[in-house]
Design a protein around this ligand. Structure first.
Ligand code: GLU
Length: 291
């Protein structure tokens, strides 16, 4: 892809950062040395196994981006490490699986992962298949266009430019939310990952990319001035941690862990998404009831 050079430079920096962490820097996530969970709970099982499998994104700078060492880096990855750490599981004992937008419910239902932390919006339709801990972050949908595109300043302009194509990802909430703003179905181009939308915008195959503001900011920051965000956020996308449906104890444990580790959560933000220009430090939201 076109950003590979920039991408690897960024990845090399991140790698250097994580090596520093091994030397005892600030960005180490705490790993519990003694744990005591009720037998039969997911926490007891995982803690006993000393390992867990986490689904995340591999193509989203700032949230989940595969580094040079084949390990993902980003805020979601750090949030997962905080939760694993509270069960005594160190980051090197986490197996990372790419969970693209369209397969998140499926990998949870199939038991391929123990949890999904992947810019995953909590909504009622998804709640029919998975349980969500969180929210741990509030994003919102926006539009990204080429720097020289002055025709689009918000979703209302899309239908006025019926020849323009809008790119998003299959199975994502933005790909559904955007439909009401289209003049026709042909305007929508869907891929499996956002990286492909960024490439398509770069080579002129599409005119607009739409998804959550924080994901788009990551692509803008890697584009070297080629892309920009336009307009305001026009949806609310509360990010949750997806786990097996009905595992209320695990959900409550995740919520408590994040509430108890707010400092680590904020530090995780600062060294990942917080490094991306235009992002703002979050406040840890009050969790929803676990159902
Ligand atoms: N947060 C949105 C969603 O869960 C968009 C980001 C994504 O596709 O991961 O669908």
């Amino acid at each position: 892809m076109r950003f590979s050079k920039l991408g690897s430079a960024a990845a090399a920096l991140v790698l250097a950062g994580s090596l520093a962490a091994c030397g005892g820097g600030d960005d180490e996530v705490e790993v519990a040395t003694e744990t005591d969970f009720e037998a039969g709970t997911t926490m007891a099982e995982l803690s006993e196994a000393g390992t867990m499998t986490v689904g995340t994104k591999f193509d989203q700078p700032g949230f989940g981006l595969l580094g040079l060492d084949d390990v993902p880096e980003g805020f979601d990855v750090e949030v997962a490490k905080i939760i694993a750490g509270a069960m005594g599981i160190a980051e090197e004992d986490i197996e990372w699986v790419e969970a693209t937008s369209d397969i998140r419910e499926q990998v949870i239902e199939d038991g391929d992962v123990d949890m999904v932390v992947a810019t995953y919006t909590i909504n009622d339709e998804r709640k029919e298949r998975v349980t969500f801990a969180g929210p741990y972050y509030e994003a919102g949908q926006m539009l990204m266009v080429a720097e020289d595109n002055d025709s689009i300043s918000g979703p209302e302009d899309i239908a006025d430019n019926p020849d323009m194509k809008v790119c998003s990802v299959t199975g994502s909430t933005p790909s559904e939310n955007i439909r009401e703003y289209l003049a026709n179905e042909d305007q929508l181009v869907l891929f499996d990952i956002y990286d492909k939308c960024a490439d398509a915008l770069s080579n002129g195959q599409v005119d607009i990319v739409t998804t959550d503001n924080v994901i788009l900011l990551g692509f803008v920051s890697e584009s070297d001035g080629e892309f920009k965000l336009v307009g305001e956020q026009f949806t609310e996308e509360p990010y949750g941690i997806g786990i097996e449906k009905g595992d209320v104890e695990f959900c409550e444990f995740i919520n408590e862990t994040l509430q108890e580790n707010e400092e680590a959560y904020l530090a995780a933000w600062e060294r990942t998404a917080g490094e991306v220009e235009g992002t703002e430090a979050p406040e840890l939201p009050e969790p929803d009831e676990c159902v």
